[in-house]
Design a protein around this ligand. Structure first.
Ligand code: UD1
Ligand code: MG
Length: 497
C-alpha cells in the first residue's frame, strides 16, 4: 500500500471511530486479511450471506448479543470497503493493521488503539468471516466465560470429515478418556504438516510431559473457531510475548494459550450447541452452504408467524424478519403470505393481511397498509430517500412495475401490466377508490379520488374527479400525449435500401 493511501486509511479510521462507553467489555473483530482461496476480487469478509456481509454479521452478533459492548474493527486489505460497510457507529473504533502479520499482530494493533479508553474487563476476539455467528451464541459464550472464571476461553467446533481437508487449528488437550482434558495448545494445520513424521511432538504442562504423534494431531476433531474471550489485563501482559516462529512466519493469536498456561493462568474451551455458528468459509461452495443454513434459520423463525409458500425459495431481509417477530409479539395474527420466489428486501414495512404473490420483488421504503393483495411478478421499489406508500385494501394485479415516490390511496385497484413511477420532483399521487386499468403508464401525476383511468399514458398530469349528468365520475380514456420529436419519424417502406 502506498504511503498516501495509508495516510488516507488512518485518517478515515480516525474520522469514523467514536468514543467508547464506560462498560468494561470490548469485541475485537479481525477484518484485515483477504482470503485467497475464495478466488474473488472482493475480500472474504465482504462476501454476503443472506444479503449481509459476513463482517457486519459478526459485528451485529456482538452488538446484539452483549448489551452496550464496545468494539474495534481491525482493517487492512480493502480497508475502505470494510469501513464503508460498517460505517460510523456508536462505541466503535477502527484500527488499521497496515501489514498483515497475523491474527496476534492484528490484536496487538487493536489493543494499542483502545489503551487510552479501556482499562479493565473482558476482551472478545472474533474473525470477520464467521458469517453464521449469532447474538444468542455470543450471549452464551459470554455467560460461559464469566461463570467459568477462567482467564481465557476459546470457542471450538467439531470437524467431521477428511482430516487432510480440515484447515482449522487443532485444539490439543491433555489425554483422558472423555476428551475433555485441559487445553494445552492450539496448533495450526500447516504447522502440524511441517512436523517430522518420525518424532513425537511433546508439550510440558505443569510438571508433566504430554506426547503426540503427527497423525494423532492431524486427527484431532476439535478445532479453533477463532473466537476467544480474555481477561483484559492478562491479555495485555502477554500479547507482546508472541513469537513468529512458525510455518507462516506470522504472529498467531493462538499462541496465547500456551503462554497463558506457562503463567498458570487458566484456559477453557467450549463448543456451541449449534455447530453451524462456528463455520468459516474459504471457498465458494462452503459460502453457499452457509447461505442455505441462513435461509433455513430464517424460515424456522417465521414458519409459525407468516405463511411462506416455499421454504427453499424466498428472501426476507433480516430487518424485516425482526419486524415481523416484534409484530407477532403484539398478539394479533399477522395473516401475511409470501409466495414462492418472492423477495422482501431491506426497508420494507409489511402489515396485517398482506399477501405477496409468487415471484414478486419488493425493496426499499415500501410501506404497506392492511389488507393488501399483490398478484404475481409485481415489482415495488424505491431509492433509499423515497417512499412508496400503499394504503389499506389496495389491490395490485399481475406484473405491475411501481417505483419511486408514490402514494396509492385506500381501496384503489391497479390492474395488470401497469407501470407507475414517481420522482422526487414529480411524485405520483393516486387518490382513494381509484381504478387504473391494465397496461397504463403513469408518471408524476395526481389522480383525484374515485377516478377510473382506462388504458392511458399520463405524464405529469392532474386528473380531476368530475361527475357526468348521471352523477357518475367521468373516466379518462386512452389518453396518449403528443410525441415530442415527431418530425424525426417516418415510415419504413420495404422498397427502400
Ligand atoms: C485462524 C486460526 C485457526 C482457526 C481459524 C478459524 C490463527 C493463527 N489461526 O486461522 O486456528 O482454526 O482461524 O477460522 O489465528 N486477520 C487479520 N490480520 C492478519 C491476519 C488475519 O485481521 O494479519 C483476520 C482475517 O481477516 C480473518 C481472521 O483474522 O478474519 C482469521 O485469519 P485467517 O487468515 O483466516 O486465519 P486462519 O488461517 O483461517
Ligand atoms: Mg480463516
Amino acid at each position: 500500500m502506498s504511503e498516501n493511501i495509508s495516510k488516507e486509511v488512518y485518517l478515515k479510521a480516525k474520522q469514523d471511530s467514536t468514543k467508547f462507553n464506560s462498560t468494561n467489555e470490548v469485541a475485537v473483530i479481525l477484518a484485515a486479511g483477504h482470503g485467497k482461496r475464495i478466488k474473488s476480487q472482493t475480500s472474504k469478509m465482504l462476501h454476503k450471506i443472506w444479503e449481509i456481509t459476513t463482517v457486519e454479521r459478526v459485528y451485529n452478533a456482538c452488538k446484539l448479543g452483549i448489551e452496550n459492548i464496545n468494539s474495534v474493527v481491525v482493517v487492512g486489505i480493502k480497508a475502505f470497503d470494510v469501513m464503508d460497510v460498517i460505517g460510523k457507529r456508536e462505541a466503535n473504533k477502527f484500527a488499521f493493521q497496515e501489514h498483515q502479520n497475523g491474527t496476534g499482530h492484528a490484536v496487538q494493533v487493536a489493543l494499542k488503539e483502545i489503551e487510552n479508553e479501556f482499562k479493565d474487563g473482558i476482551v472478545y476476539v472474533l474473525p470477520g468471516d464467521m458469517g453464521l455467528l449469532d447474538d444468542e451464541s455470543m450471549k452464551k459464550f459470554r455467560s460461559d466465560f464469566i461463570s467459568s472464571a477462567k482467564d481465557m476461553m476459546v470457542l471450538t467446533g467439531i470437524y467431521e470429515g477428511d482430516p487432510m481437508q480440515n484447515y482449522y487449528g487443532r485444539i490439543i488437550r491433555t489425554k483422558n478418556d472423555n476428551g475433555d482434558g485441559n487445553v494445552l495448545q492450539i496448533m495450526e494445520f500447516k504447522d502440524i504438516l511441517a512436523l517430522p513424521d518420525d518424532k513425537p511432538y511433546e508439550i510440558t504442562y505443569g510438571n508433566k510431559k504430554y506426547s503426540y504423534t503427527k497423525s494423532e494431531l492431524l486427527n484431532i476433531k476439535e478445532f479453533n473457531s477463532g473466537v476467544y474471550a480474555f481477561d483484559y489485563k492478562k491479555l495485555v501482559e502477554l500479547i507482546n510475548d508472541i513469537s513468529s516462529d512458525n510455518a507462516q512466519g506470522e504472529i498467531y493469536i493462538t499462541d496465547l494459550i500456551a503462554l497463558f498456561n506457562q503463567k498458570s493462568y487458566s484456559v477453557g474451551a467450549v463448543s456451541p450447541q449449534n455447530q453451524y455458528v462456528v463455520m468459516g468459509f474459504n471457498d465458494k461452495s462452503v459460502l453457499k452452504e452457509m447461505h442455505e443454513i441462513a435461509r433455513k434459520n430464517v424460515y424456522n423463525k417465521l414458519k409459525n408467524i407468516v405463511q411462506i409458500d416455499d421454504p427453499d425459495d424466498f428472501f426476507i431481509h433480516d430487518s424485516v424478519v425482526n419486524d415481523l417477530i416484534e409484530m407477532d409479539k403484539k398478539g394479533l395474527p399477522l395473516d401475511i403470505k409470501i409466495g414462492r420466489g418472492t423477495y422482501v428486501g431491506e426497508g420494507v414495512k409489511l402489515n396485517y393481511n398482506v399477501e405477496l404473490g409468487r415471484a414478486s420483488y419488493v425493496k426499499g421504503n415500501v410501506v404497506f397498509g392492511k389488507n393488501i393483495k399483490i398478484w404475481r411478478i409485481v415489482h415495488l421499489s424505491t431509492f433509499p430517500h423515497q417512499t412508496l406508500k400503499i394504503e389499506d385494501n389496495v389491490k395490485i394485479l399481475w406484473g405491475d412495475i411501481i417505483k419511486g415516490n408514490i402514494i396509492i390511496g385506500e381501496n384503489s385497484t391497479i390492474e395488470s401490466s401497469v407501470n407507475m413511477t414517481g420522482s422526487d420532483e414529480y411524485p405520483l399521487r393516486i387518490g382513494k377508490n381509484v381504478l387504473i386499468k391494465g397496461t397504463s403508464y403513469l408518471f408524476g401525476s395526481i389522480v383525484e379520488d374515485n377516478v377510473t383511468i382506462e388504458h392511458s399514458v399520463l405524464i405529469k398530469k392532474k386528473v380531476k374527479a368530475e361527475k357526468d349528468k348521471n352523477g357518475k365520475i367521468k373516466p379518462v380514456r386512452f389518453f396518449i400525449p403528443d410525441a415530442e420529436g415527431k418530425e424525426l419519424l417516418s415510415d419504413i417502406s420495404s422498397q427502400e435500401e
